[in-house]
Design a protein around this ligand. Structure first.
Ligand code: CA
Length: 231
């Protein structure tokens, strides 16, 4: 699943380079030349990751990072800080306000993409392309293939994303609204029972290889993928 990555960088040439790298890595780049523009974009949609330049006109990147991390709505969005200085003190300050990682300019595309991938893997594993296997059920994001005990399983796009999310967040219970946020996207207007419809379709598809019991209903709470018997 491609991640939406917000790039906040005031130097157009660097912004261009960052956006190009992000696109080539298979993600979507959303661009902002200042904190003000970024704030406007955040009111519309929440990105999966923010690449944030340290030195910006107006509000600095570090101050913006601090605000994002103290706001309920945005605090879970991972942030990678960009800076021209490889100062250890800056690094500590960046991490202190809650940034997840740090890239020093000039950066190599390979390094940048490795950092992005590492942060996504840690914070939003459903955004990476790593194949996952649980109890004979295998999902490969890059080829979009799902197999159960090596037999192909056909899934619609929503069921695929749902299963990917469950598999990368196994054993945890998710409420319907959390699933709507993570699988359907932020602030999308869909009724909670839509989730139930897609869960039913997912179970039906998984029943081909008898994996349907992995998707469990947790009464009064939501759903989870678990390899343990549901109670
Ligand atoms: Ca700058």
């Amino acid at each position: 699943m491609p991640a939406n990555i917000l790039v906040v960088e005031d130097e157009p040439a660097i912004q261009e380079l960052l956006a190009l790298n992000i696109t080539q890595a298979g993600h979507n780049a959303i661009r902002a030349l200042s904190v003000e523009i970024a704030q406007g974009l955040l009111r519309e949609t929440l990105p999966d990751l923010i690449l944030l330049d340290w030195m910006l006109p107006g509000m600095s990147g570090i101050e913006f990072a601090r605000r994002l991390k103290s706001d309920e709505l945005t605090k879970a969005i991972p942030i990678i800080m960009l800076t021209a200085r490889s100062d250890e003190y800056d690094k500590v300050r960046g991490l202190e306000v809650g940034a997840d990682d740090y890239v020093t300019k000039p950066f190599s595309p390979r390094e940048l993409n490795a950092r992005i991938k590492a942060v996504l893997r840690r914070r939003a594993p459903q955004m990476t392309d790593d194949p996952i296997e649980i109890s004979g059920l295998r999902l490969d994001p890059s080829s979009h293939r799902v197999t159960g005990n090596e037999a192909p399983i056909e899934l619609g796009p929503t069921e695929f994303r749902l299963l990917h999310f469950f598999m990368t967040n196994a054993e945890r219970v998710h409420t319907r609204s959390q699933l709507l946020d993570k699988v359907w996207g932020d602030r999308v207007f869909v009724e909670d029972r839509t989730v139930d419809v897609h869960i039913r379709r997912l179970r039906n598809a998984l029943s081909v290889s008898k994996h349907e019991d992995l998707i469990q209903t947790v009464r009064g709470a939501g759903y989870r993928l678990s390899t343990h018997m549901s109670e």
